[in-house]
Design a protein around this ligand. Structure first.
Ligand SMILES: Cc1ncc(COP(=O)(O)O)c(C=O)c1O
Length: 398
């Protein structure tokens, strides 16, 4: 298997760095860095309504970015792809738009899972405060897998939105969301947080059977500040966006306005054009390494190796499943008697980057009775030698 580390310039500047923090953000391949630099030096302009060459080039690249994103997700059209700036903006845009269009009203329920990142909890809790919806949590089983029986129990007539993560950012567990897609009623909107699946695996919106899906570019090799919100065209067309201003509007009168068509009506203001180009280059990079199959294969080997090694370190308790299947290379763990920040600091002294704390998943930590955890998250540029170095240090923490 090719060593992908050489594709990432950060490692030539930080040769000893063991970067096990890709769940927080991924490192950038040269192809993305060069792509951004070339765009800014050769083609940069604002998009929409520019008749000159570089404006046309920027417009073309922006559209190409949406086309490749649509292809990656198996969406029906690039017009279903909306770009926003961050998760707060993306989810609040969706939650407030559902509210504006009466898809969520007083007394309705939003079902989320107990492992959600706050990005997929707080926007619904804001609606709970504002219009008195209910927010209910689907539990996970002893392997931290989605508990479908609990889902069935809680999926009553009041549920109008199911919003669930595809992969947990704490445990790395992959949820089989097709089970929800199969069971959902016509009157329920099914939203997927794919922030931790799109970086690691092929994600197919048709196969899942969802209505909306979102993820962020910076965790999948692109720059920060570019978030993707995909939605089904009929739904997007039917609804009015909760926010609007320049770029999303075709006409403004003294007492009203008319929205543009898709996807512009959901993208008010100047978008993150450079971010969109970086996402185009990120997906081109994945194509250049023979696609998601390669990422999945490299990760499977790393997962197998990591879990096998972990067996020799009983002081390290992995949160969640220790099976190779149905997981990505994200490992949450605790070391008894040690605070997670102390473990992260000991590792950092050896130039091993991990993350510690509650990983913006407070509901999970509150209901499972542990205060915090360390998270080691590996990606395509990591190696078995780095896993060895990691465990060498873990072995010294007793
Ligand atoms: C599952 C999940 N959803 C949402 C987010 C929020 O992403 P961002 O930090 O880019 O806003 C994260 C980030 O860690 C995540 O892991």
């Amino acid at each position: 298997m090719k060593n992908f580390r050489a594709d990432f310039p950060i490692f030539s500047h930080n040769q000893d760095l063991v970067f096990f923090d890709s769940t927080a953000t991924s490192q950038k391949p040269k192809m993305v860095i060069d792509g951004i630099s070339n765009f800014l030096s050769q083609d940069y302009s604002n998009i929409h309504r520019g008749m000159y060459d570089i404006a046309q080039n920027s417009e073309k690249l922006y559209k190409q970015s949406k086309e490749i994103t649509a292809k990656v997700l198996n969406a029906n059209s690039w017009k279903e792809v909306i770009y926003t700036f961050n998760s707060t903006y993306a989810l609040n845009l969706l939650a407030q738009t559902l509210r504006k269009n009466n898809k969520l009203q007083k007394g309705d329920t939003v079902l989320v899972s107990i492992v959600e990142h706050h990005a997929n909890v707080v926007p619904w809790l804001i609606l709970k405060e504002e219009i008195w919806i209910h927010v209910e949590y689907i539990d996970v089983d002893e392997n931290y897998n989605l508990d479908i029986k609990d889902f069935e129990k809680k999926y009553n007539e009041s549920v109008k939105v199911i919003s669930c993560t595809h992969v947990s950012n704490v445990t790395g567990q992959v949820f089989d969301l097709t089970e929800i897609g199969k069971r959902k009623r016509e009157d329920t909107i099914f939203v997927v947080d794919a922030s931790q699946s799109v970086p690691h695996m092929k994600v197919d919106v048709q196969e899942i059977g969802c209505d909306f899906l979102f993820f962020t570019g910076h965790k999948v090799f692109a720059n920060s500040g570019i978030w993707v919100l995909w939605g089904r065209e009929p739904l997007l067309l039917e609804m009015e966006c909760a926010f609007s201003w320049g770029g999303a509007i075709s006409e403004v009168c003294l007492d009203g306005y008319k929205s543009c068509g898709l996807p512009d009506k959901y993208e008010p203001g100047t978008p993150n054009i450079t971010g969109a180009v970086s996402l185009l280059k990120a997906f081109e990079y994945i194509e250049s390494i023979w696609g998601y199959e390669t990422i999945e294969k490299v990760e499977e080997e790393l997962v197998e190796y990591f879990l096998e090694k972990a067996k020799g370190y009983p002081q390290m308790k992995i949160i969640g499943s220790t099976e190779v299947k149905n997981r990505v290379s994200v490992f949450g763990f605790i070391i008894e008697w040690y605070h997670s920040h102390d473990v992260a600091e000991i590792l950092a002294e050896e130039n091993i980057a991990v993350r510690s704390g509650k990983h913006c998943a407070h509901p999970l930590f509150k209901t499972r009775g542990f205060g915090h955890s360390v998270r080691a998250s590996l990606y395509i540029y990591n190696t078995k030698e780095e896993v060895d170095k990691f465990f060498e240090i873990i072995g010294k923490i007793k």
